[in-house]
Design a binder for this molecule. Sequence first.
Ligand SMILES: Nc1ncnc2c1ncn2[C@@H]1O[C@H](COP(=O)(O)OP(=O)(O)O)[C@@H](O)[C@H]1O
Ligand SMILES: [Mg+2]
Length: 272
Amino acid sequence: MIKSKENEDSNIEMAKNIDNSYDIEVKDLKKHFKGKRKMSDVLAVDGISFHVEKGEIFGLLGTNGAGKTTTIRILTGTLLPTEGTVTVGGFDIKSEIQKIKEMISVCPQEPAVYKFLSGIGNIKFFGNMYLLPKDQILKRGEELLKLLGLFEARKRLARGYSGGMVRQLSLIIALINEPDILFLDEPTVGLDPRNRRKVWDFLKTQKVENKTIILTTHYIEEAETLCNRVAIMDYGKIIAMGPPQKLIEEHKVKNLEEVFMKITGRSILEGI
Ligand SMILES: Nc1ncnc2c1ncn2[C@@H]1O[C@H](COP(=O)(O)OP(=O)(O)O)[C@@H](O)[C@H]1O
Ligand SMILES: [Mg+2]
């Protein structure tokens, strides 16, 4: 009798801890890369906590080496955390990664496309891998090629693509299976301004469709234009977090670059 009351209490306690409006919840996350010598140890992520609400575009903004990619790799199951807890879509990153993988798509910082397939060939290949119906792959593939500015080059082999075009293709591949939660690591690096805008416009439509997007960037304008909220990262820590406009107002400056400068005394553009 007493035991079941305890269970009931602990269930209520658990239910209180799970907030369904959050798609991602990160608590006290640390990642320590141990080198052969103490000198080469890196604390890449140093105790960060944040959440991402359903339908939000959340940005991790920071210079090179701030810990953005490491964070994304942990959240998408390619790296294990050293400490801390992460849930994605309500599932635990350590024990339920398979369930997480079914609901997410990732556009990694280093795009993985097949160089000896054309753009459309890559789209078909990955679409088949996701077991999508053929007509759906072609329809959505063509739509995305047009929206993201790669339609003209769709029949050319990817080995002839520029860095920016490979990134556009990698983004299309990540979007082909219409994920609920999308992870984009530096999605517009190497894109010319016109195609960068196309990607931004497209991501805004995803927001309208209530998809959750978490992206990393070192482009101030990208963070300010797209993100509902940003976490500014520096040396593995979050040094500021909130809606871009609110951060700008709080620090009484003109843009996020100046917010970074005010907190760290350095320019976010250094070392990029
Ligand atoms: N596999 C690894 N082994 C050792 N150090 C790593 C590894 N991956 C990343 N790092 C280091 O962790 C820090 C954060 O890197 P990263 O997460 O890639 O930063 P960002 O994406 O913000 O540029 C850097 O100092 C980087 O050199
Ligand atoms: Mg990175």
